[in-house]
Design a protein around this ligand. Sequence first.
Ligand code: ADP
Ligand code: NI
Length: 203
Amino acid sequence: MKSQVIAEAEKLVKSKYLEERTGHDWYHMNRVRNMALFLCEKEQLGDCFLVELMALLHDMRDTKLIKDQADLDFLKDWLIAQGLTEADTYQLIQDIDSISYSKGKHSHLSIEAAIVQDADRLDAIGAIGIARAFTYGSSISQMMYLPENEANIINESSAIQHFYDKLLLLKDSMNTNAAKELAEERHQFMLTFLQQFMKEWNQ
Ligand code: ADP
Ligand code: NI
């Protein structure tokens, strides 16, 4: 039953997100799934089936991507239809809602949610994280960079500002040791990128 549920989840997420254009495409979900599975096996923590399923579905209730209440509710019915118990379904939905950056700060995380949160955060940093920040930024018509004085005048953020607001903080918010280790190199790469960006900007 488990491999069947995973195969169905893959199909569902691919059909919904294959052509997504804000950095939350199917490939993001697949990278998060692969990384979450790696962390689960390396740390020998949590239920790897739930981790894999949660990783594939983790952005299916993100209000950045989903505006319609019926689409937000859809996942619960879908999980029940796959044969998951009410209790597992309830736990998965609660976990998915607890892993996002803004909501995740205060809530208690299950082991599985902590692993998926690490995998999601690793995908927001490093080379891929840089690419995703500019992709997301342009999808909301954000400038790539605004010098501070001009940002103050027009009261707007920028993709570069997002590194200071969030991306450079992620390294210290990892839950597992394996993710902390992987975050180090990705963090350094972002610092190098920012340094080079400012060097070229001012040349
Ligand atoms: P979360 O639920 O923690 O926000 P997501 O999987 O939705 O995680 O990923 C958010 C992605 O969108 C990250 O790659 C992040 O850099 C990008 N992003 C979110 N807000 C902004 C922003 N204001 N400017 C640029 N990128 C952003
Ligand atoms: Ni995500």
